[in-house]
Structures are given as structure tokens and as C-alpha cells.
Ligand binder design. Sequence first.
Ligand SMILES: *Cc1c(COP(=O)(O)O)cnc(C)c1O
Length: 351
Amino acid sequence: MPLSVLMATGTMLIDLDAIISNWLSLDAMSDCETAAVVKASAYGLGAVRVANALAETGARKFFVAVAEEGLELRGNLGPGPEIYVLSGLLENDLNMMRDLYLTPVINSVEQMIRHAEAMQDHPFGLQFDTGMNRLGLEPVEWQALRDVLSEQNPAIVMSHLACADEPGHEMNEKQLRLFREMAYGLQAPLSLSNTGGILLGPEYHFDLTRPGIGVYGGAPFADALPVVELHLPVIQCRTVHSGETIGYGNSYTASRDIRVAAVSAGYADGIFRSLGQNAELFADGHACPIAGRISMDIICVDISELSEDPDSMQFMGSMQGIDLLADHAGTIGYELLTSLGSRYVRQYIGA
Ligand SMILES: *Cc1c(COP(=O)(O)O)cnc(C)c1O
């Protein structure tokens, strides 16, 4: 039973077996090593539990966005696994990188100099900018530095695809070509692909892939198992009579007598207002429509179809997955997952 029926905070049920299975499926698509991207608290699902489960499954390399995310991860994973920090090497990160033995992914000449001056013998990765213009050394910078840098044996040389979720996009081949050119002759292991890149085929795989969203059940990995269920407690039910309104702005008027449940969660919990009336909540096998605006902590739901008032309702799961919800809200599964707030109880099943 989800905890949500016992308290006013919702429960995220996070299926670690599904996470493991998704990672293994993505791993099986290439002949190379597969890392796990666990930045932003494993896309909101909890970096420690996720990384521990994947480490036990065989993942040896993990990626976080900022050094601070490496802290609890290193404490739980122990000294073995490599933890790469995608933001690179900032001045204030030096101690943490050393103490926690994190591997910065050097993105700029400035970071490269910092590394050379402050921690020459500390392992590092290198990122090339192959067209995304976000992070990484540009081709001209690399040309100027390659003799110095390649001698220092980077632990990984990587780049990131801008349009990997669009298989037909010309940008993919363009970046692939430039990555090959820039990495030509290097001994270091190479890495280009996120989830979308893995699906583009073997020429994109190189020595290491870096899936994130696919592990967590999201597009573009269409065969992913769903990972998250969201169960929300019902805190009050009432009958709303024909002609009465519900919620802020009076945006909803009952056209007949209906039964309405007030569910304890709202946009402060990542249930975006922009979901509007498109999303549904589920109980007892019925899909129940949202009635009125989603507010900060409360969603009103038309439960007239139900034979009795429910204790809790399900918002996310196999019948309404992250990508469908993201579509309804005009966003992507990544944003939806990482917006699921801190008020939920994260309950893990499996593994
Ligand atoms: C977030 C990120 C990934 C993972 O991307 P997904 O699309 O979630 O698989 C891989 N590499 C880099 C550099 C990233 O920033």
C-alpha cells in the first residue's frame, strides 16, 4: 500500500528493478561500456538508491552535473566507481574533487589551466564542443592544445549530441563527423551518446555511452519500462451542485451535480498548471478528470464515476506515463521528472 493513504504527502513509488532492466536493455544495444547519468538526484528519483542499484548491476561510471552531487554519491558508492562531473573544474570545486576523488570533465581552456596548476596528477575528462555551443573546447582551441592535453591521458574524451532524439536530424551526422575528426589519433576512451545517441546506432557508441532519461523510463527510449508511480492522498470529498464553481478563477462550473475529491498535491509538487484539464487521476480502474485549476497544493478531481470516495488517487504510472503528461504540459519528460518536488515520500520497490 502506498504511504499516501496514511498522510497528506504524496508517494512516489520508484521501481528499482525497472531502472535496472532499462539500463541493461540500453547496455545490450551497444558493444561498449555503459555509464549511468545520475545528475539532478537521478532525474529526481534519488541518486543514492539509483546509483547503488546500478552499481550492483555492473555500472562502473557515473555522471553528475556539479561537484556537490558527488558528495553523497561517493559516500555511498565507495571508492571504486568513477564519478564524472559534467560542469568541469570550477575554482571552488578543487578541494571536493580531490577529497572525493571526482573526475572533472574539463570544458574550457580556463578549466584546463586550473587543472594543470592545481591538480596536474588528478584524473580528468575532456569535452569537445561539436556544435551544441554549450560546454566544451571548440575545434580551434583543441587544435592549439591537443599536443599538451593528449599527453596527459584524459580518462575520457566526450561530446554531447544536440538532436539525438530526432534520428533523421542532419545535426547528428555533423556532430559525429566533427567528433571523429577532433578525436582522431587519441588513445583515450571516447564517448558521444546519451539515450538518444545509443538508439542512433553503433557508429555513435564509441567506448562508453551515457544514458540518463532512458534508464528512468522516458522517451526517446520507447521500449523503456515505466519507473515511477505517483499516488496522491485524497483529503476531502464533497458534492458540488449544478451551477457551482470549483477552484481559483471560477474557471470550472459544474453542469450537473458531481462528486469532487480534493487531492493533496499541486504545482509546488511538479504537477504543472499547464497540464490543464488534459491529465486525469485514477482510482478503482476509472480515469477521473481534473475539475478547475491546479493550485499549489491541491487538485480537485471529478470522482462522480466512482462508487465510493477513494483514499488516494494515482496520477502517474503505466496508464499515464511521464511522456504523455509532459506532452499535455507542453514540455519533456526530463522536466516533468526533475520537477517532482521534495514533498513526496520516495518509496523504493525491487532491487
Ligand atoms: C544529461 C546528459 C546525458 C544524459 O542524457 P539523456 O538524454 O538523459 O540520456 C548525457 N551526457 C551529458 C553531457 C548530459 O548532460
